[in-house]
Design a protein around this ligand. Structure first.
Ligand SMILES: [Mn+2]
Length: 271
């Protein structure tokens, strides 16, 4: 088993500053690998030795910004083709669009997000943004199952165009076991499963470092239960986005996401 990590700090068209979050999580991965390398006693992270590659992109020139989606799609295509486990550390949620572009109709995305990114209100832009990017996926949409949204506006009929299912934070709070069962069933029939974590899926008390916080979000233990339900050997990758370090409080969010990144690496590698 090998893991490739893509650090993709794109954060235009919404949540400026989340690119720094992607870079911070990329640093966390390198620190995990360096610490493992330096460790002389047996440790669970031994399974990571020599098996994790990190590729970091930068968007510091106009040419690189202009090519962001092409660059992202090439990276996502390579990762999906290689058969490795993949960790995509993105800036804003839009930075994960290239992964959606490369997934196919038979694939299933389990998406933890406070928002259902299909917003086209009277006061939102019709152009591509982090709030409507699911309208802009190129090619056939993968099956998308949202977990943890707090939307109070969109209608079931409207949502059914994009989502196979949506499980609100209220549903999670009142019946996590049923949702876990539904996640097991949905992912069991997928070719591949991608787990897409927008940091604002968590409750803001646990994850203050987001720029569009909504209350009544997922608690850590419930998130782990539902992550576990979605997990199988069909999972080919996980993305994490929307972490804005400038809004963090005493590194609460950095600690949560840093732990989660290490947990995911160990889980993927059987550690
Ligand atoms: Mn969101």
């Amino acid at each position: 088993m090998r893991t490739s990590v893509t650090v993709f700090p794109f954060d235009l068209f919404g949540s400026a500053g989340t690119g720094a979050g992607a870079q911070a999580l990329g640093d966390a991965v390198r620190e995990i690998l360096d610490d493992t390398e330096a460790e002389t006693r047996p440790c669970r992270a031994d399974c990571l030795r020599g098996n994790v590659d990190v590729q970091e992109f930068a968007f510091e020139t106009v040419a690189r910004v202009r090519a962001w989606r092409k660059t992202g799609r090439e990276a996502a295509r390579r990762a999906l083709k290689a058969g490795d486990f993949h960790l995509w550390l993105g800036g804003n949620h839009l930075s994960v669009l290239p992964v959606y572009d490369e997934l196919g109709r038979g694939d299933c995305v389990v998406q933890f997000d406070a928002h259902l990114d299909v917003y086209d209100f009277h006061d939102t832009t019709t152009e591509l943004s982090h709030g409507n990017f699911l309208y802009h996926v190129d090619g056939p949409l993968p099956r998308i199952v949202n977990v943890g949204h707090r939307d109070l506006f969109l209608t079931p009929a409207g949502l059914a165009v994009t989502f196979e299912a949506v499980h609100s934070a209220h549903d999670v709070a009142t019946n996590a076991d049923r949702i876990a069962e539904q996640l097991r069933a949905a992912t069991a029939t997928a070719n591949r499963v991608w787990i897409d974590i927008d940091a604002d899926a968590f409750d803001p008390a646990a994850m203050p470092a987001v720029l569009q916080p909504l209350p009544f979000g997922l608690a850590g233990p419930t998130f782990l239960k539902l992550l576990d339900a979605a997990w199988s050997d069909r999972v080919v990758g996980v993305s994490i986005s929307e972490f804005a370090p400038s809004a963090d409080s005493r590194d609460t969010s950095l600690n949560l996401l840093g732990w989660l990144v290490e947990f995911l690496l160990l889980r993927a590698h059987g550690g």
